[in-house]
Design a protein around this ligand. Structure first.
Ligand code: ZN
Length: 88
């Protein structure tokens, strides 16, 4: 009694192909060409512009969100450019 078990988190054995059942779990170790990730959380995110979804490590989710943000910003800049062209 009175003992606090901090290590209550669930881990997933998967190192790829994550799905809804893995969201909220941690990946104990993930080796990539860029480095080794430890205790990384599996998250579920979506793009607020086009509603694409992603399930995977938090690091990759950041890349997904940043990549979509960058792409949609480019789309907008192209649309603005086209409008300017029509006015000319
Ligand atoms: Zn998007």
């Amino acid at each position: 009694m009175g003992e606090k078990i901090v290590l209550d988190e669930e881990f997933t054995e998967k190192i790829s192909d994550w799905d809804e059942s893995d969201v909220g779990k941690r990946i104990a170790k993930r080796v990539t060409p860029n480095g080794t990730y430890f205790n990384e959380l599996v998250v579920h995110v979506f793009c607020q512009f086009c509603a694409s979804e992603f399930i995977g490590p938090a690091r990759e989710a950041g890349g997904f969100l940043g990549g979509h943000e960058c792409f949609h910003a480019w789309e907008i800049s192209q649309a603005i450019g086209r409008e300017d062209g029509l006015v000319e």
